[in-house]
Design a protein around this ligand. Structure first.
Ligand SMILES: Cc1cc2nc3c(=O)[nH]c(=O)nc-3n(C[C@H](O)[C@H](O)[C@H](O)COP(=O)(O)OP(=O)(O)OC[C@H]3O[C@@H](n4cnc5c(N)ncnc54)[C@H](O)[C@@H]3O)c2cc1C
Length: 388
């Protein structure tokens, strides 16, 4: 048994790391440039990801999941992001934002219906909290759920939904009682392909993670029966915030993977590219860049694994997850910018992957809570811990 503060990987975690690394290199890496350049959703990877257990990483084995711990989850996401950030977020939104709240807050009937199909990758999941007018201030939901006999009538628009265009199942947040503020928010599970009154908005054209499909979802007079309520009426905000704590560990791991890609490619390039009669890796400025990238990436990974260890140990981890996400995403941005610089002119063209890493890194500072919001979460938790 590893204690919550230890950073040694267990035998199982090391095995998962080598399986994920090998899978990412063999199956994902050959498609990564097509995914980015053609904004291509890698549908052929989904069943393969399911067959190695990466689409139900934490889900209970009794419902067809892989029942791995959260450190394994971070390891898998890092390895996928190392070769393709788009693929890593398709997997992380599905696992952390859709499967996790269903396994944590769903009824037995809901778990039996959704978890096996999501874990096997037969179904893809998404999470719909953000709206056109409401991102960071998620308590101000305007997608309304009005109680009727036997269920709720839902009207409203959800924005920026990762996996939205390809999803079968959506964890949806609505406002049931605006006067109650965040205590008026109610969560539901929506069958995207079979529920009437649900449609997709336009697919977004993005700066990075171009193969991860993103769209708005429109709810028009959509009736959701009692069976679709997730958790209790009025407890949706709690479901959303607890889900995002876990999701942030996944985005931190994604950021570590992107940053590591920039470091590994840059170290290789710097060893080969010559200027002033020697490899640029022998110029001290370049060494400083590589050293700074290496320090921050290792620190970001340790923060991420530490937050995951705490989640696995069942102790509070909101602050640690926000710290990991904040530090890792800023590391990804800074490291990929340095990576482009190390590549000189070649860093600016699509012949090399490092410009993709820089475009992909930016989103890690925005989704699942911007860096500004992570600082608010960290400070609020810190002050609560100190002041009681
Ligand atoms: C590619 C992509 C995928 C996404 N996937 C999903 C998804 O699957 N599901 C989902 O629900 N959402 C998703 N989102 C939405 C994402 O979580 C939001 O974009 C993000 O939370 C920021 O919200 P916003 O865009 O409304 O920005 P705003 O909230 O309008 O913020 C704008 C700026 O103001 C700052 N700001 C806001 N409030 C404060 C404050 N109190 N203090 C200091 N600064 C503040 C922000 O940090 C930011 O810099 C996705 C977004 C993108 C771009």
């Amino acid at each position: 048994m590893i204690d919550a503060n230890s950073f040694e990987l267990t035998e199982e975690e090391r095995m998962v790391q080598s399986t994920a690394r090998e899978f990412a290199q063999r199956e994902v890496a050959p498609l990564a440039r097509k995914i980015d350049h053609e904004h291509y959703f890698p549908k052929e990877l989904i069943p393969k990801l399911g067959s190695v257990g990466f689409m139900g990483v934490n889900a209970p084995a009794a419902f067809g999941g892989s029942e791995m711990n959260n450190v394994c989850y971070a390891i898998i996401i890092e390895e996928l992001a190392r070769v393709c950030a788009s693929t890593s977020v398709i997997v992380s939104a599905h696992n952390s934002l859709c499967l996790w709240p269903i396994t944590s807050f769903g009824t037995d009937e809901q778990k039996k219906k959704y978890v096996p199909k999501l874990s096997s990758a037969e179904w893809i999941g998404c999470f719909a909290l953000s709206e056109p007018g409401t991102g960071s201030d998620a308590a101000r939901q305007t997608c309304m759920a009005v109680k009727e006999d036997g269920g709720w009538r839902v009207n409203g628009v959800k924005n920026w939904i990762t996996n939205g265009p390809v999803s079968d199942v959506c964890v949806l947040f609505t406002m049931e009682d605006a006067a109650a503020g965040h205590k008026g928010i109610t969560a539901f599970i929506v069958d995207m392909k079979t529920t009437s009154g649900v449609s997709l908005g336009k697919k977004e054209e993005k700066l990075g993670i171009c193969g991860s499909p993103t769209s708005s979802i429109i709810f028009e007079d959509c009736f959701l029966p009692e069976s679709q309520l997730l958790g209790k009426s009025g407890e949706g905000f709690k479901v959303a915030m607890k889900t995002l704590d876990g999701g942030r560990c996944g985005i931190a791991a994604q950021a570590v993977g992107i940053a590591r890609a920039a470091l590994e490619d840059s170290a290789q390039y710097a060893s080969e590219r010559k200027a002033f009669g020697k490899p640029i890796a022998e110029h001290q400025s370049i060494q400083n860049y590589l050293a700074d990238m290496s320090c921050s990436i290792d620190a970001a990974r340790l923060l991420t694994w530490s937050a995951c260890r705490r989640k696995d140990a069942g102790v509070p981890y909101s602050r640690q997850a926000a710290q990991a996400k904040l530090f890792a995403s800023e590391t990804a941005m800074a490291s990929t910018v340095k990576g482009v610089q190390i590549h000189g002119g070649y860093g600016f063209v699509k012949e090399f992957n490092v410009e993709r890493y820089m475009r992909d890194a930016k989103i890690t500072e925005i989704y699942e809570g911007t860096s500004e919001i992570q600082r608010l979460v960290i400070a609020a938790n810190l002050l609560k811990e100190i002041n009681g």
